[in-house]
Design a protein around this ligand. Structure first.
Ligand code: DLL
Length: 432
């Protein structure tokens, strides 16, 4: 179902017109309300009236996570604090947390974009949605919550964790939709198996998974284990939270809600905008946000944009499933390695459990990548010879994909830490 056909299926000309208008207004507001941006404009000798429309986007300054930290906690807000009705914060793995704020209108818009996302994944008012994203400062729980209420579905605001209760609730209340990180979905799926609950004893039919990168192979694994169709939802606190983009039934990229967030792809080294179809770093400019509007925010996420109309009828630009974050990219002996590449190899082999972790060490000035892979229960009981064979096959397949040598360590079942939120895939001991 299309939640807002007027917007989601409008002509490219109409989208551009809306974006041009929104951008002009936003730039003017930022110039007059946010000293940080005014100073940047002055330094660049740029007048807000130089920005006529999206063709001038490239003239605008970038915004970095560090800018939010430097202006901590609310220095980049564009409205007085009295107009802020909600605050969230992103913990950030490095450095100080960043704080984001929403006006009432921002919250309405957030519910609207999440409602679009849920509808594009086929969620309807009759559904029962178990929201197992964390509630609290993280935007996942409350972000999904209000969008779900907007479409009139029943919300179970269970938040993350307490796996036993998740399973019981899923069974007793008949949840039809599960919203959580893909790694927590995997954990829940395994816990279901362990407690002897079969797919027929639960009513799940849709998964709304995001907040971390995950591969198509992981999608198939989750779909098989839970008997669902799994959809990718993308977002980030600085821009809004979940709901910036989501897959439709065609699953041919995630439709970006570009009447609110203008995406660009840039080369992360030269910072030049890249044409449609080329992979690079996603950058977003908000054009309707009031509380914390941002110009050209550098996400560090790698993706590609496609503008053609989707078979679902939506004209909103599609971003490819995120390949990963530039800061999660490991450089091992000069070769770029993303956890998603290893996930694809492991899951397409179907011989191990889907749990893995990458450990990087520097020994005698040489980077060593060790891939820890959890064995399947049945394999674990096998003879050493068979386990050695499996180790060799994994090594061969990963080395073929990455083009560098790696060490594989098959570890006992249930030894890699499970996550109720975003999974920790990399332990880089070089940085210690
Ligand atoms: O993770 C918002 C969110 C909540 C999105 C629930 C989807 C579902 P942050 O904690 O600020 O916000 O983290 C944002 O997470 O820059 C990406 O690196 C990553 N990320 C989010 N969604 C996806 C996704 C939330 N679908 C950061 N695929 C982003 C890959 C994702 N990475």
């Amino acid at each position: 179902m299309i939640w807002n056909e007027y917007i989601e299926c409008s002509s490219r000309d109409a989208i551009i017109e809306r974006q041009n208008k929104g951008l002009r207004k936003m730039v003017e507001r930022l110039y007059f309300n946010v000293p940080f941006y005014r100073k940047k404009f002055q330094e660049m000798e740029l007048s807000p009236y130089d920005i006529k429309g999206i063709e001038d986007l490239h003239k605008l300054p970038f915004t970095y996570k560090q800018d939010l930290r430097d202006n901590y906690p609310m220095g980049l807000f564009a409205v007085p604090q009295s107009e802020i009705v909600r605050l969230h914060a992103s913990s950030g793995t490095t450095g100080k947390q960043t704080v984001v704020g929403y006006t009432r209108k921002d919250l309405d818009m957030w519910s609207e974009v999440v409602a679009r996302c849920l509808s594009s994944a086929g969620v309807v008012h009759k559904d029962i949605v178990q929201i197992a994203y964390g509630y609290g400062l993280f935007t996942g729980g409350l972000g999904l919550h209000y969008g779900t209420e907007k479409i009139g579905a029943s919300v179970i605001p269970i938040s993350g964790g307490n796996t036993h209760r998740q399973l019981q609730t899923m069974q007793d209340l008949g949840s039809t939709v599960l919203a959580c990180t893909p790694s927590y979905a995997l954990y829940l799926a395994e816990s279901l198996e362990k407690s002897g609950i079969t797919k027929d004893q639960i009513k799940l039919r849709v998964g709304i998974f995001g907040a971390e990168s995950w591969t198509d192979e992981m999608r198939r694994e989750l779909e098989k284990k839970l008997g669902i169709k799994a959809f990718d939802i993308y977002g980030l606190s600085e821009i809004m939270g979940p709901g910036v983009a989501c897959e439709c039934e065609c699953q041919n990229g995630l439709h970006v809600n570009e009447d609110h967030f203008i995406p660009e792809i840039i080369d992360p080294i030269t910072l030049e905008p890249l044409p449609e179809g080329q992979e690079g770093e996603l950058v977003f400019t908000t054009i309707t946000k009031e509380g914390l509007p941002l110009l050209r925010y550098r996400t560090r996420d790698l993706s590609t944009l496609h503008y053609g109309t989707c078979s679902c009828g939506r004209t909103l630009v599609r971003m490819e499933k995120c390949k990963g974050r530039t800061d999660d990219m490991l450089i091992i002996r000069g070769v770029n390695v993303f956890p998603s590449q290893i996930e694809s190899v492991l899951l397409s082999m179907h011989e191990t459990s889907p749990h893995y972790q990458l450990i990087v060490e520097r020994i005698n000035n040489l980077d060593i990548l060790e891939v820890h892979v959890e064995m399947d229960e049945h394999f674990f009981a096998d003879e050493i010879r068979k386990i050695e064979g499996l180790n060799k096959r994994i090594k061969h397949n990963i080395e073929n994909t990455l083009g560098i040598s790696v060490t594989i360590k098959l570890v006992e079942p249930n030894t890699i830490e499970r996550s109720e939120n975003k999974a920790k895939r990399i332990i880089d001991n070089r940085k210690k």
